[in-house]
Design a protein around this ligand. Structure first.
Ligand code: TPP
Ligand code: MG
Length: 434
């Protein structure tokens, strides 16, 4: 027999088998989150922003928290923001929540085919975006509408895109919610998970090569960290000490797959930083002050050429993945109520009240105004059309804008499709009432 034939070392071992992760709770289960290590607010050290990456590594298995049950800010990570900034943060959260509510309903009313909420995760995009400079380049995933809203992007532009109407600057070619806003340093959202991470690292590297001062910040979900792009990006970021902040929003779920399928049973997402030798922080993603402080720490570090930071924001996706999802089919409804880190909007509101800078009446007025603002933008946007009510862009434009000049083979296809369209629909647009 060829080979050394040494099969005896197997002895009487059982056959090989795989570990297939299983979430702790399924629909109907009683939920007990006592295994989640909720740390004491203020107890986590805050290393110098220019420290050796290794000094941050104990924080990858910790949880940075600032806001306590007493609604006060604690410890070295307290960003010490003035009340006006805190109210602006709260207002952006209220506006984002109102926007999510109305767009979700818009989808149910058939005005768009698709929408995704960020309920419960507002701090991970709004507080963090506020900690960056306005011209730092944001490479978002699809759940960072709060970052775009916090930069003052007009709501009507967002709605035009969602409704794929005549005002849609992307001419109906992107999936609803996949915004692109160059003037707001908000990079085009890609539906292909994790592609934004190497793009962000590349942007940061280009910024450094040009001798610019702009850094890049990117957001990626827990599930998406399983993509190869995420790891290639971390390698580049580490090797060249690229000026970039890599934000991992761990909301526990990737549609119906729990975080265990991306490796959460074996190590925290923040701990990926240890392997790459870059700075890493693990943060209570429902604590707006901790989110702000961590992002500012990482941004300052990147801006002073001390290297990239990987931040895990530990949070919870309170609603379904998107309008196409029904989470009652795969997770216990109790999870949302039992989530031990609370709700970021409530926590910030209660903090402002504890500071004597806010009250329930102020909150009610703020929520009402936010709803009115969204309603007004929605009314305006609807005048430019909604999905399913005729075509909003000339048919032939689908062949344009990829190349500077339409190449001959696309020009040929355009002519052919226009001929076919006329034969099938006459002068009318497909989609118009026949
Ligand atoms: C490369 C790729 N694979 C799969 C999908 C389908 N998909 C869209 S969102 C999603 C879940 C992503 O979960 P996560 O990264 O945790 O982000 P979250 O939705 O929780 O914010 C999947 C699998 C996709 N869009 N792209
Ligand atoms: Mg997720």
């Amino acid at each position: 027999m060829a080979g050394n034939g040494d099969t005896d070392t197997r002895g009487n071992l059982p056959p090989l088998s795989l570990h297939v992760p299983e979430p702790k709770f399924r629909p109907g289960d009683e939920v007990d989150f006592s295994h989640i290590g909720v740390t004491e607010p203020g107890a986590q050290p805050r290393p110098d922003e220019n420290c050796e990456a290794g000094e941050t590594h104990p924080l990858c298995n910790d949880l940075i928290r600032v806001l306590g049950d007493d609604n006060k800010a604690h410890g070295p990570w307290d960003p010490k923001l003035d009340p006006e900034t805190l109210r602006r943060m709260l207002q952006t959260m209220a506006l984002t929540r109102a926007f999510d509510e109305r767009m979700f309903r818009g989808q149910r009313q058939g005005k768009t085919s698709f929408y995704m909420k960020c309920t419960g995760e507002e701090a991970t995009s709004i507080s963090t975006a506020m900690a960056l400079a306005d011209d730092d380049m944001i490479f978002p995933s699809y759940r960072q509408q709060g970052a775009l809203i916090s930069r003052g992007y007009p709501l009507i532009e967002m709605i035009n895109q969602i409704y794929s109407n005549e005002g849609d600057k992307l001419k109906g070619r992107q999936l609803p919610i996949m915004y692109s806003a160059r003037d707001y340093s908000f990079y085009t959202i890609s539906g292909n998970l994790a592609t934004q991470v190497p793009q962000a690292v590349g942007f940061g590297m280009a910024s450094a090569i040009k001798g610019d001062t702009k850094i890049a910040a990117t957001w990626v979900g827990d599930g998406s960290t399983a993509e190869g792009d995420f790891h290639a990006a971390c390698t580049f970021a580490s090797v060249y000490r690229a000026p970039v902040v890599i934000n991992v929003v761990n909301n526990q779920w990737a549609i119906s797959s729990f975080s265990g399928f991306a490796g959460a049973e074996n190590a925290t997402f923040a701990a990926r930083a240890i392997g790459y030798g870059i700075a890493g922080l693990r943060v209570d993603g429902n604590d707006p002050l901790a989110c702000y402080a961590a992002e500012r720490w990482a941004a300052n570090r990147a801006r002073s050429n001390a290297g990239p930071t990987l931040i895990e924001f530990f949070s919870y996706r309170a609603e379904g993945h998107s309008t196409s999802d029904d989470p009652s089919g795969y997770r216990s409804a109790q999870e949302r109520e039992e989530w031990p880190l609370g709700d970021p909007v409530m926590r910030l509101k209660n903090h402002l009240i504890a500071l004597g800078e806010w009250d329930e009446d102020g909150q009610a007025k703020m929520d009402l105004e936010a709803a009115e603002q969204v309603k007004a933008a929605n009314t305006e946007a609807q005048k430019l059309g909604t999905l399913g009510h005729g075509m909003h862009q000339p048919f032939e434009t689908m062949f344009e804008d990829v190349y500077e000049d339409v190449p001959w083979h696309l020009a040929e296809q355009r002519e052919q499709s226009l001929r076919e369209k006329e034969i099938k629909f006459g002068k009318k647009d497909p989609g118009e009432a026949q």
